[in-house]
Design a protein around this ligand. Structure first.
Ligand code: C5P
Length: 205
């Protein structure tokens, strides 16, 4: 069984995808980490992420980078959204994601284009949403807990800029697949969101 979980930053998609993977005993891939690793490499090599050739030069990263806490920072998240708009960057990460999705026994993947591009044949597709204000509040609390002093206004502005870039790019924009189930987590607890997600998967598999 392949489960595709897509949605914008801080919508709850990662938490839901991890919970689904646990519930069904499936491996999970957070595909945002791959884009974040390329972004971290761009920063490390002092390249310009808005230039496609620079971003491509950073695509060949060491897998150990995927565990680096730097990947979770807001700055790397924003840079990831810049480099992920380049079609050749997306192409270079495509096979790895498809292989993960198609491993025997199935998988859960979360990202922006899992249901539309990476695994259009997925058995269950969820598109997770929440209002920008609520997502900013969640992300702000996470960043604060990690020691950041960033303001909530700044987090909200970053989220809005990222939503705009991710949903208006020409390659694999952030849009719900036609056959995805929409799940708005704005006013749901994590537990309630996960229960709804499981109910959606159960109804579709
Ligand atoms: O999900 P996360 O916030 O970690 O993703 C960081 C950035 O990587 C996103 O803003 C998006 O631009 C990009 N991304 C993408 N396609 C994916 C996953 C992430 O374009 N499947």
């Amino acid at each position: 069984m392949i489960i595709a979980v897509d949605g914008p930053a801080a919508s709850g998609k990662g938490t839901i995808a991890r919970a689904l993977a646990r519930h069904y005993g499936l491996p999970h891939l957070d595909t945002g980490l791959l884009y974040r690793a390329v972004a971290a490499n761009v920063a490390r090599l002092d390249l310009d992420g808005s230039i496609e050739a620079d971003a491509i030069a950073a695509c060949d990263f060491d897998d150990a980078l995927l565990d680096d806490p730097i990947l979770r920072s807001d700055a790397i998240g924003s840079l990831a959204s810049v480099i992920s708009a380049h079609p050749l960057v997306r192409a270079s990460l495509l096979q790895r994601q498809r292989r993960f999705a198609n491993q025997p026994g199935g998988a859960v993947l979360d990202g922006r284009d899992i249901g539309t591009v990476i695994a259009p044949e997925a058995d269950a597709k969820l598109f997770i949403r929440a209002t920008p204000n609520i997502r900013a509040k969640r992300r702000h609390a996470e960043l604060r807990a990690a020691g950041s002093t960033i303001s909530i206004d700044r987090v909200l502005a970053d989220i809005r800029a990222r939503d705009l870039r991710d949903s208006t790019r020409s390659t694999a924009p952030l849009v719900p697949a036609k056959d995805s189930a929409l799940l708005d987590t704005s006013f749901l607890s994590i537990e309630a969101s996960v229960q709804r997600a499981i109910a959606i998967v159960e109804a579709r598999r």
